[in-house]
Design a protein around this ligand. Structure first.
Ligand SMILES: [Ca+2]
Ligand SMILES: [Ca+2]
Length: 216
């Protein structure tokens, strides 16, 4: 049976993302480029166990009214990086970039450039899905065995920030069960892609991370 393990770096990314959200929340709305802010990144095996699912969320802490107006930035590329040989350099990328109400996907494709700069890999496997409007049932795109989604969703990240503050201050020894979700009722702009493992080498351990990049 094919298996792919996801390294703990994802968790670290989530936590780092959270702090970015917190900082942006304080600084917003003056912070330029808020539309490219990553909140969290998730990777897990699909219900179809021959697939992996990647979820990249941006634009955290959207209120319901703000969600109605929220849009993906057409000058921001969301790039999912996948390293299959543990050298911390991406061997595959999956790119998502919006145009005119649709999210276009490129990849999985071997990137022509790695590291800080990216080129849109238009020669790669491509797909497209209409961006789901706020409050609507998810529109799922199908392309080359992949499933695609883009649009506003309830933020799945659970964090009891008040209790966290108490723990850090030494006033509490741990979280409560149940805790209080600081992000309850807020939304994110979400990009989801489900990919057959066979398109990523099929087996072995991967490292994965997400970048959002603004057009230069
Ligand atoms: Ca690599
Ligand atoms: Ca990259």
């Amino acid at each position: 049976m094919k298996t792919m393990k996801i390294i703990l770096g994802i968790g670290a990314l989530s936590i780092a993302g959270f702090f970015m959200v917190a900082a942006d929340h304080i600084d917003a709305p003056a912070v330029k480029g808020g539309t490219s802010d990553i909140t969290d990144f998730y990777a897990f095996q699909g219900e179809d166990t021959s697939n992996l699912v990647f979820v990249a969320n941006v634009q955290g802490l959207l209120s319901p009214s703000a969600s109605n107006d929220a849009m993906f930035d057409e000058n921001t590329l969301i790039e999912i990086n996948i390293d299959t040989n543990d050298d911390k350099i991406e061997d595959w990328v999956i790119q998502a970039i919006p145009r005119d109400g649709k999210m276009y996907f490129f990849g999985p494709v071997k990137p022509s450039t790695t590291g800080l700069n990216s080129a849109i890999e238009t020669a790669g496997t491509t797909g497209m899905v209409d961006i789901t409007p706020y409050g609507s049932e998810a529109i799922i795109g199908n392309s080359n065995g992949m499933k695609l989604f883009a649009g506003p969703r309830d933020d799945p990240f659970f964090m009891d920030f008040a209790q966290y503050t108490e723990i850090i201050a030494g006033n509490a020894s741990g979280f409560n069960s149940p805790g209080s979700d600081t992000f309850a009722g807020t939304n994110v702009m979400s990009v989801v892609v489900e990919v057959p493992k066979s398109m990523l080498g099929g087996s072995g351990t991967i490292n994965t991370w997400v970048e959002s990049k603004t057009k230069q």
